[in-house]
Write a protein that binds this ligand. Sequence first.
Ligand SMILES: NC(=O)c1ccc[n+]([C@@H]2O[C@H](COP(=O)([O-])OP(=O)(O)OC[C@H]3O[C@@H](n4cnc5c(N)ncnc54)[C@H](O)[C@@H]3O)[C@@H](O)[C@H]2O)c1
Length: 466
Amino acid sequence: MDRKKFIQSLLGTSALAAMPYSSFAGESNEILDLLKGLEKPVSGSMYGFSAAPIPKLKVGIIGLGNRGAGLIEMFQYMVEKGQCEIVALCDIREKQVSKAVEKLATFQSIKPVTYTGKDDVWKDLVTQDNVDLVLVTTPWRWHTPMALYAMENDKHVACEVPIAYTMEDCWNLVRTAERTKKHCIMIENCCYNEEELFVLNMIENGVFGDVTHTEGAYLHDLRAHMLSEEYYEGQWRLKQHVTRDGNFYTTHGLGPIANYLKIGRGDNFAHLSSMSSRELNLSETAKRLNASEQVFKCGDMNNTMIRTEKGKTILLQFDVHTGRPYSRINKVVGTKAVHDGYPSRLFIDTEEPVFWGHNWLGDEEYSTYKTKYQHPLIKKMKSVSQQFKQGHGGMDFVMMYRLVRCLNLGLPLDLNVYDGVMWSAITPLSELSTASKSLSIPIPDFTGGKWKEERELEIMRRLASD
Ligand SMILES: NC(=O)c1ccc[n+]([C@@H]2O[C@H](COP(=O)([O-])OP(=O)(O)OC[C@H]3O[C@@H](n4cnc5c(N)ncnc54)[C@H](O)[C@@H]3O)[C@@H](O)[C@H]2O)c1
């Protein structure tokens, strides 16, 4: 791919059409000008947005592969309580649709309308009259077009991660949500994990003092999944690694961190620098397995450093090529405490500095904190989530529960369009930086300046008990 096409693939198709250069050399100043040129006027009007209550939410799901099929089960509790109903299912593969219909029939008596076969049959699901919420769980390339079409057709949309991977798509999502006044969120389940909510609750209650640095990651050995001919439909995920290099899966690590740092609610991402290592692991495995794709552009490890407007730093790592055991790191460094994940450990600073002897809390003291600062949402939902299919240790259920209940009650959602777009935009920006010797890239403000207003995190808000 030549440099011009590469830049266009990250920024969006309109980027180079709008550029003022007759011949594009890909110099740093040109890239920064292009980014600036893509910015669109936005108002931040979706902060605090709530739609009219929908007492029984009607859901349509597009994409019934690994994720879509799993998420169906998260609705059982709310379906049985009459809070929602799955009224439409869609996948290009007929077999996926019939398996999903079978699964749904184990807890919902009303049959959904089904759509299958063609690449664009999902448009019929979106325009089905009684659908209130479109849930998108397809490969990445469909996320933005499906979300935009849903909003244009008067539907709320909840989309899997990442919600976009070009800058143009990021801007279009924000602009469309603000114009249509529809909820458009990225369902980042790790924001609902017990450990992340425990850390957030401690931060909100001052245990960490002021937070200065955080680290997050997506470290997950996906070689077997990506190289399998069956696991991902058409090996869509492997193909990303052939032509791109950067941090492709930012949101599992970054979503919870953005909550810790109140990104969009008092602080914002300011700029980033990104660097990838060479690639060896995935190609060596592909050769051993005699796989069809054996040459990959994506490095084995990407490190992206982000600085916020208020001077906090974030190290975000991405590695799905090596056998490094699963981790999202989940490190938080504050003036009074430090947390490290995998496994979860806590350090509480002493009043006076000491020469030696900094230690993580012992099991007993750690448990005291764990009990005292367990997030109220987890406290409330744990017994329920354990009776039903939980999804990733409970977080998928808690996330879907909150989404359905906030829509039932006509409340602002925990996550908004700005969150999804801000966390997703780090991917194309990391690719630009990686391809430009770690050039420092300014991160645009998608909130129209609204990030400057201190706001409570919606995820800390309690709902009336059910
Ligand atoms: N949050 C999480 O923990 C988590 C976990 C797994 C996957 N995901 C995300 O979920 C999404 C799906 O991943 P997956 O593992 O289920 O992939 P998958 O390949 O198993 O499933 C994708 C499904 O979408 C269908 N599809 C493709 N194009 C379509 C179209 N035009 N119309 C309708 N259906 C179409 C495919 O047939 C397939 O069944 C990805 O965005 C991924 O990042 C998130």
